[in-house]
Write a protein that binds this ligand. Structure first.
Ligand code: PMP
Length: 437
């Protein structure tokens, strides 16, 4: 069996038919499918190792706690955080960013201060900052993107990091950026943002919802102050995620929510808080979801470091095979969208795109429109052909609006997708286009 098929066999969801057709799942940027290792852990914990964590003096609770805390260690290692105290389990990226926006800003943001957010942000990295700014009477400043059209084929949509210096003054208390945009699929040079912000002693929050999937993340090397991601985009459960934070900041920040597990002692009048990370984990956590991060990240690690034997006994790197397939898919789509489908406006080209030769993309994430066609109509027609793609604003309304779009289609590929699926997708898209135009 070839390696991509072997990977596919780990994901039962891919075996389904939809509307009578073999499912082609191209919405992994919204949520990835889960491998069997994750599914079996979740089933085992729901059905057997089900006891509240951290609270009881009996073996079943110890077993559940052990799975929960092991996952914390797996996360710590995966992003190279210094200690378990830096890893806070949350319900996902959105909750992680809200935690920082609320708790950090309560302490450090005053009236007339400012927060810088990036123009390519997901709503989860916009709205929490607006709420914090409104509470404090602070302002939002926006780090812009380039919006030049390229050869009539769409928009570059790069984050203009060089503008950051002009936005910074003594009022700015925090900068929030995106690692990899869920619209453009471009990788932002967050290290540059961090370097500039840190020169002014301003902490940086990185929304890693997509970055954790596509990049090797080393939070110490990156230097970010906070990094947020969700389990469900990287093969884990929904309703679980991570906030990495630098210890000195987390220590200074007040609890975000109060309740069980985050306390040391409580009187009717006053509470002292549990040490990190539990200070930020009030209430019964989604312990199955958090624990799922262990097999999920082990799977992601295997995709990067795994070695398998080929049929003729050779050792083959899983990563080499996956990267080669993803590159083929990306190159094929960048060409086929324009030459086989046509009238396409694509959002987000690599900086290295040569205007005379067309378009370049590094990651297999394509957000686009077909001129004159409604994205929602196209998505519905594709669904009838078994192809699942996302359509609409994709929680990035300001970004799409600044690129002149009120909606778009997005096809996002994962290591379990094949070039054959990409070709099928293009054939279906051509048919859908003919039907609507
Ligand atoms: N940021 C980005 C860049 C995303 O792609 C997403 C998910 N679409 C989020 C934040 C929010 O993630 P979640 O809904 O899992 O909290």
């Amino acid at each position: 069996m070839n390696i991509i098929n072997r990977i596919r066999a780990d994901f039962p969801a891919l075996e389904q038919k939809m509307n009578g057709e073999q499912l082609i799942y191209l919405d992994s940027a919204a949520t990835s499918q889960k491998p069997k290792s994750v599914l079996s852990l979740m089933e085992e914990m729901a059905g057997r190792t089900n006891a509240n964590v951290h609270r009881a003096m009996y073996a079943l609770s110890d077993k559940a706690t052990e799975l929960y805390e092991t996952a914390r260690e797996v996360v710590r290692e995966f992003i190279n955080a210094p200690a378990r105290e830096n890893i806070i389990f949350t319900s996902g990226t959105t909750a992680s960013i809200n935690l920082v926006a609320d708790s950090f800003c309560r302490t450090f943001l005053k009236a007339n201060d400012a927060i810088i957010i990036a123009a390519d942000s997901h709503h989860s990295n916009i709205v929490p900052w607006q709420l914090a700014a409104q509470r404090a009477g602070a302002e939002i400043r926006v780090l812009p993107i380039s919006t030049e059209p390229t050869q009539g084929r769409g928009f570059t949509a790069h984050l203009l990091i060089e503008e950051l210096e002009n936005l910074i003054d003594e009022k700015v208390k925090i900068v929030a950026v995106t690692h990899v945009s869920n619209i453009t699929g471009l990788v932002n040079q967050v290290e540059r943002v961090i370097e500039i912000a840190h020169r002014h002693n301003i902490p940086v929050v990185v929304d890693g919802a997509q970055g954790i999937v596509h990049q090797a993340v080393d939070v110490q090397k990156m230097g970010c102050d906070f990094y947020a991601f969700s389990a469900h985009k990287i093969y884990g459960a929904t309703g679980a995620g991570v906030l990495y934070g630098k210890r000195e900041l987390l220590e200074q920040m007040p609890p975000y929510m109060g309740g069980g597990d985050m306390v040391e002692t409580v009187t009717y009048q006053k509470t002292t808080y549990a040490p990190l990370p539990l200070k930020f984990e009030a209430g019964t956590p989604n312990f199955i979801g958090a624990a799922s991060l262990a097999p999920a990240l082990e799977y992601a690690k295997w995709l990067k470091d795994g070695i398998v034997q080929s049929v003729d006994g050779e050792s083959v790197s899983v990563c080499d095979v996956v990267e080669a397939e993803q590159k083929k898919i990306t190159e094929y789509l960048t060409e086929a969208l324009f030459n086989e489908v046509g009238d396409v406006q694509l959002y987000g080209f690599e900086k290295s795109t040569d205007a005379s030769t067309g378009v370049k993309k590094e990651l297999p994430l394509f957000t686009f429109n077909i001129k004159g066609a409604n994205a929602g109509d196209l998505a519905q027609l594709l669904d009838k052909m078994g192809v699942a793609v996302r359509s609409g604003l994709m929680c990035a309304e300001p970004l799409l609006n600044s690129l002149g779009a009120t909606g778009a289609l997005r096809a996002s590929f994962a290591p379990y997708n094949t070039l054959a699926e990409a070709k099928n997708f293009i054939a279906c898209l051509r048919r859908a286009k003919q039907m609507v135009l």
